[in-house]
Design a protein around this ligand. Structure first.
Ligand code: BTN
Length: 336
């Protein structure tokens, strides 16, 4: 896909005008933007090639059906709790970036703790295990935030599970229910993936280290992008369509609520550690008590899923007795 949206002012202005979901004539758009109709047409082509559904109807002009609910730093700021606000060093909302995680890793040193980056679209969204994270424009949440710890990476054991829990709790506080956690940090709804977390590290693992927490949350996944997702998935809009009506939840509400839960977690984690979050995590454990297979780089283990320990490791009852695991991918064993 062509990289047109980044730092491209006329395109940004055009997106903001069309975000209302109303028809706008080429003439009107040209006047507001201060460019010719031909130039407007060129910009509209850019939007389309970036995956935005702009349609034209003879005699009426251009429209984005259903409009766009764009991210807005001011609105997000206004919904932050005083606590989260005090922990924030910078809040950045971009139209497009390669990956918000990559951006925060690049720029994070400047801002230290509490640097937050959100983007409308990622061109190289990163998932766990080298996968891509499908990141179409203005439908979902792509959020990364950084924190630094003086004590080295060892204090971060279990943090990725606690982040998953914080996201579930944030969504529950907005009235969403039935969301479960698949170890280590996937959010599932009825077995389908709703959100994923990617933690990346910078700095010195034995001293001052930087952690970047990346959250991808499916909110309104356009059908055109869905075909690229290689696993069962769900978005918030389809699990609770009423929540998004007039005066309801927006992506700005979601972003602020996530930050209200994640920033205090990052501040407190080195002191509280995973044991503080263990019971709440287990209460939402998707596959507790089920027969699973854990796939690791060079081996597979089958067992009965017991839960997680106080460090966030997975507890499996195998043929060799109880064992704990720190990495790997779980799948349910069908037909058992
Ligand atoms: C997973 O595979 O489950 C983790 C997905 C994490 C995706 C998010 S989107 C925001 C941040 N930026 C990225 O490039 N990845 C994370």
């Amino acid at each position: 896909m062509v990289d047109h949206l980044h730092q491209d002012e006329p395109v940004q202005a055009l997106i903001r005008l069309l975000a209302d979901g109303e028809f706008h004539s080429g003439e009107e758009l040209g006047e507001v933007l201060g460019v010719s109709r031909a130039a407007v047409w060129k910009q509209l082509q850019k939007l389309q090639s970036s995956g935005i559904d702009v349609r034209s109807t003879k005699g009426r002009g251009y429209v984005i059906p259903g409009g766009l609910n764009l991210l807005d730093a001011r609105q997000i700021h206004a919904m932050l709790s005083p606590e989260a606000n005090s922990l924030l060093s910078s809040l950045e909302v971009l139209a497009q970036v390669d990956s918000t995680n990559a951006r925060v890793l690049r720029e994070g040193q400047k801002w230290g703790k509490g640097y937050v980056c959100l983007a409308e679209r990622q061109t190289a969204g990163r998932g766990r295990r080298g996968r891509q994270w499908v990141s179409p424009f203005a439908g979902n949440i792509y959020l990364s935030l950084s924190w630094t710890y003086e004590e080295g990476a060892a204090v971060l054991e279990g943090l990725s599970l606690a982040v998953g829990l914080a996201i579930v709790e944030a969504l529950e506080s907005l009235g969403f229910s039935g969301i479960a956690l698949k170890w280590p940090n996937d959010l599932l709804w009825q077995g389908r993936k709703l959100s994923g977390v990617l933690l990346e590290m910078g700095g010195d693992p034995a001293g001052q280290c930087q952690v970047v927490v990346g959250v991808g949350l499916n909110v309104t996944m356009p059908a055109s992008a869905a075909s690229a997702i290689d696993q069962p998935w769900v978005d918030l809009q389809s699990l609770s369509p009423d929540a998004f009506g007039a005066g309801g939840v927006t992506r700005n509400t979601l972003a602020a609520t996530l930050l209200n839960h994640l920033l205090p977690l990052l501040r407190d984690y080195a002191r509280l550690k995973f044991s503080h979050y263990q019971a709440a995590w287990e209460a939402r454990h998707a596959y507790a008590g089920q027969e699973v297979e854990l796939v690791m780089a060079n081996s597979r283990v089958r067992g009965h899923l017991l839960g997680v320990d106080s460090q966030g490791a997975l507890r499996l009852l195998t043929d060799d007795g109880e064992r704990v695991f720190y990495g790997g991918e779980i799948s349910l064993r069908p037909g058992i």
